[in-house]
Design a protein around this ligand. Structure first.
Ligand code: ZN
Length: 286
């Protein structure tokens, strides 16, 4: 299944893109795709419901705004330097264990919403990433059972303010958490439709010029290891997001570095997970 949310920010409704391409409103079945939905076996209940109700459900109006496919999760955990070519361009060593950091959940936005460059930012950068959504609570689980806890996959642009992340001391979370710094979607794809998450092309362009062009086969730490590893430090709740890291080609890696300015258009995609498009604008507070 492919799950979407559509409508105005803050009042999105749930939808499903069917295999025949038809997109239907399923808000009478569930108001959101969130922790309560996933933990109550929502994915399989929805799949059953579709068998009887898909034909009569209202269609989603074409061209309507898409929001994040999932409701606000308890946490977004990101993996740093998980592609060796990106570690190299960042001037950092390939890590011996996964580098983990948090990203604020208030950064979440729709896949094609505007990117707001925060006030005072000079180094806003892009990162195309494969994001994993937890489907079932994971607590100290073994690697061989990890994929049973995955509810789906999404495209994510892990926007990063490099000065705040790297030059201001303390933790990376400062540079990762501004509003609009976590576009998710356009949809969540369930694992049955993405049998091999470790062979997906990921790409990103700025103003039509390709910047990142990688493949998830080059992940240093793969998804089962990441889910198991994290579950030994914290409980992963249904709906939680693990963003698995970015390949080479971020702005920081160019000589001289390239950062986003108002008017820039960022486009990105992952095989099977759709595409996003954000136009940058400068945030000015009234
Ligand atoms: Zn990242």
């Amino acid at each position: 299944m492919k799950l979407i949310k559509f409508g105005s920010p803050g009042s999105e409704k749930t939808g499903v893109i069917l295999e025949n391409g038809k997109t239907i409103d399923v808000s009478t079945f569930t108001p959101d795709y969130n922790e309560a939905f996933f933990e109550s076996n929502g994915l399989s209940r929805l799949s059953q419901w579709l068998k009887n109700n898909a034909a009569s459900a209202p269609e989603v109006p074409p061209g309507i705004r898409l929001g994040s496919p999932i409701g606000r999760p308890s946490k977004i955990i990101c993996i740093g330097l998980n592609y060796s070519d990106h570690a190299k361009e960042s001037g950092m060593a390939v890590p011996a264990e996964p580098i983990i950091f948090f990203k604020s959940t208030t950064a979440i936005t729709g896949p094609n919403d505007e990117l707001l460059i925060p006030q005072g930012s000079k180094k806003t950068d892009w990162e195309v990433e494969l994001a994993v959504v937890i489907g079932k609570t994971a607590r100290s689980i073994k690697e061989e059972h990890a994929l049973e806890h995955v509810g789906g996959y999404m495209l994510h642009n892990d926007y990063s303010e490099r000065e705040w992340q790297l030059e201001r001391g303390g933790q990376w979370v400062k540079g990762k958490s501004a509003d609009t710094f976590a576009p998710f979607g356009p949809w969540l794809t369930t694992p049955d439709e993405l049998p091999d998450p470790h062979n997906l092309r990921l790409w990103l362009s700025v103003n039509g010029v390709m910047k990142q062009d990688g493949n998830s086969r080059n992940l240093i730490f793969r998804i089962p290891h990441l889910v198991s590893y994290l579950s030994h430090f914290m409980t992963l709740l249904p709906g939680d997001v693990i963003s698995t890291g970015t390949p080479a080609g971020v702005g920081l890696g160019f000589t001289p570095p390239q950062y986003l300015v108002a008017g820039d258009v960022v486009e990105l995609g992952i095989d099977g997970l759709g595409t996003q498009r954000q136009t940058a604008s400068a945030l000015t507070l009234a």
